[in-house]
Design a binder for this molecule. Sequence first.
Ligand SMILES: Cc1ncc(COP(=O)(O)O)c(C=O)c1O
Length: 362
Amino acid sequence: MSAFVSQHGGNIREAAARYGMKPEQLLDFSANINPLGMPPAVRQAIVEQMQLAERYPDVEYQALHQAIARHLQVPVSWLLAGNGETELIFALVEHLAPRRALLVVPGFAEYRRALIRVGCAIEEFVLEADSDWQLDEAFIAALHPGLDCLFLCTPNNPTGVMPPAPLLLAIARRCAELDIALIVDEAFVDFIPQTTGMIPALACMPHVWVLRSLTKFFAIPGLRLGYMVSANPGVATIRLRQPPWTINAFAALAGERVLSEREYIAATHRWLADARSWLTAALQAITALTVWPSSANYLFLRCERPGVDLQDALMRRGILIRHCANYPGLDKRYYRVAVKSEAANQRLVKALQAIFSDTVSD
Ligand SMILES: Cc1ncc(COP(=O)(O)O)c(C=O)c1O
């Protein structure tokens, strides 16, 4: 069994139903959500302000946009918040209406869906296992004047690889020369301490659009919240076209608060540094797996034991991981696992050790 219909991780309802289990019986390693849960003060603020459900949110979300602008130190006019970053991927693609876009594969599925929706032709730049899934100078040479849009995900999903900052800037400069709109998806960049991403370069690069999600780092995927940042005047056009009230009042409240949760942010970085290095080493010690180093809160791996369906084998032990067979550029040997709490990570490692000790080596 396995290969769920869902294009994404986190669909524990579908997975559990397939195996005759209840969703709460599953340990979910398929969605990359901060295991610390949402910041406690934010949870409390939401619970205490249930009355917000009884009136419309501010249609301009001024407090939310101001909080994000303060945090990033950019003008409010550069910002647009949305109902998760996903809303903004689709809104931006609709605004740009590109005719030919370049996607890096493997990559996040929604770029392709948004591009197909506007009838855009898609070219692919295929990352290689042999170069540890890293982008290099060859990528710059692959950019050409026939393109008008490029998506980059930094760090990339599902590989967890972060391109070096000088390379990103060189790509951005080449895109300016070739008149290519560059969309940089920084959904997971907050997990890298002291990284500013592309935002400091935006003032002199109006062809660059940064997209960020607050759902992973602050553990609010069910509330939904993300934002776009760009010095491009097109932000105002997209704002005008956005349907009203796409962000619910609780998501807006969370967004006004989370970015100033310094202790939570530091605690998340401490957890990730420890948990990721432990999990990476423990998984690398399993000879049947190749595990790549990651800059994000998930690990990308390949099962080297022929005939083993890891997702299925783990589901039988109550653990859901993301198979990556449906990513263009990958096959059924590839998987992605979230980094979770110490106890959860230990359970995953023990289950994998048991699977491979049960499996006859060829
Ligand atoms: C790379 C990437 N970008 C964007 C998103 C969308 O995030 P949001 O939950 O904010 O819509 C995801 C969600 O999985 C993602 O993996």
